[in-house]
Write a protein that binds this ligand. Structure first.
Ligand SMILES: *Cc1c(COP(=O)(O)O)cnc(C)c1O
Length: 373
């Protein structure tokens, strides 16, 4: 049996017909960029997430980039973040000319360890970018407290965490700006690229609206250097079809996460995800820690099970970030987890039978690898 890590075809059975209709309507309308669908989606998502404003963009990467620009972060500034994330989190700090400063993770949650943030603050620090990795919210009360005391901005990377909440409040509403991605494999994915920022500040909203369209709020009047990062109407229309299902899909992911937890409960060698108290985790990934990971990862693939390594090389050890001089040994928890994490198939349509096959295969491989070792 081949079991993929993610499968968008099964979801298409549920929403395909409505999405095709919505796309055809956009095509017939003749309005393809910054039209009614984008406008309505921005309102619907502000309502869903619980913030005053959202601005639709071309990608999650652009959301991070334009959030930094809107907060006037640039050359000479430092931004604190995690190295256990997708490259875009730190890449965008570099794009605006600022310097990423990586802080180690809490190995239970894979998220930035708030207790290690203050030691990394310098007079140049301007912002913190917590990443709600795998759909698990960061400890936002601690992070916001540090930010307030040190007068720092907070940009939340919510690209993997739409719908997740901390103490009853959705991610993307704690900091100055939240950044979302609609890349097809995300919990709310479109059929191309898409992204969004959230904010409660009218000023920041207006700034991002200008930056996404060549730095001018009024057509052909340009106040600063911007980019072309508009969410297009076809993607917005598809997202509007899918948004009403997001809670149902997140709930299905959570149920599947707890089924995996039960299936692995007896096996101490397979460490299952830890949920912090008072969080609502949306399991963008279901990630376990296993011994002899590389060998087991190869064998899972040989058995037809689509596992993935998120992320095989932490950002401080990537070539692109070598200039920062944060070498091996500087982030022990991050480096340790990089070597033992493995993400298992996780999507709302995954069947019980498939989960049992995944679990039985993994358990067997872990037991076998122990005998050899
Ligand atoms: C997907 C992702 C991004 C980038 O989003 P794109 O839409 O692919 O540009 C940034 N940060 C994290 C944590 C992500 O998972």
């Amino acid at each position: 049996m081949n079991i993929p890590i993610f499968n968008s075809k099964r979801q298409y059975k549920q929403i395909g017909e409505a999405a095709e209709k919505a796309v055809c309507e956009v095509m017939r309308s003749g309005s393809y960029i910054l039209g009614e669908n984008t406008k309505e989606l921005e309102k619907e998502l502000a309502n869903y997430i619980g913030c005053k404003y959202t601005v639709g963009l071309n990608s999650g990467t652009d959301a991070l980039h334009l959030a930094l620009r809107a907060l006037d972060i640039g050359a000479g500034d430092e931004v604190i973040t995690t190295a256990f994330t997708f490259v875009a989190t730190a890449e965008t700090i570099g794009i605006v000319g600022a310097r990423p400063v990586f802080v180690d993770i809490n190995p239970d949650t894979f998220n930035i360890d708030p207790d290690k943030i203050e030691a990394a603050i310098t007079p140049k620090t301007k912002a913190i970018i917590p990443v709600h990795l795998y759909g698990q919210p960061c400890e936002m009360d601690k992070i916001m407290d540090i930010a307030k005391r040190h007068n720092l901005h907070v940009i939340e990377d919510c690209c993997q965490a739409i719908g997740s909440s901390y103490k009853g409040q959705k991610v993307g509403t704690f900091g100055d700006i939240g950044c979302y991605s609609f890349y097809p494999t995300k919990n709310l994915g479109t059929m191309g690229d898409g992204g969004l920022i959230t904010t409660n500040s009218e000023k920041l909203r207006d700034r991002v609206i200008a930056l996404r369209n060549h730095g001018g709020a009024v057509r052909y009047h340009h106040d600063e250097i911007g980019v072309n990062s508009r969410l297009d109407e076809i993607q917005a229309a598809i997202l509007r079809v899918k948004l009403p299902y997001i809670d149902e899909w997140n709930k299905a992911r959570r149920e599947r996460a707890y089924i995996y937890n039960d299936l692995f409960a007896k096996y101490d060698d397979i460490k299952t995800p830890v949920e912090l108290h008072d969080t609502y985790c949306v399991y963008h990934q279901y990630t376990v820690k296993v011994p002899n990971r590389d060998e087991i990862f190869d064998k899972m693939h040989e058995a037809g099970i689509g596992t993935m390594l998120y992320y095989p090389i932490p950002l401080h050890l990537q070539k692109v970030n070598a200039y920062l001089g944060q070498g091996k040994g500087s982030l022990p928890n991050t480096e340790k987890d990089t070597e033992c994490v493995m993400s298992l198939p996780m999507f709302p349509e995954l069947t019980r039978e498939e989960q049992e096959t995944v679990a039985n295969t993994l358990i067997k491989l872990v037991e076998e690898s122990k005998v050899v070792a």
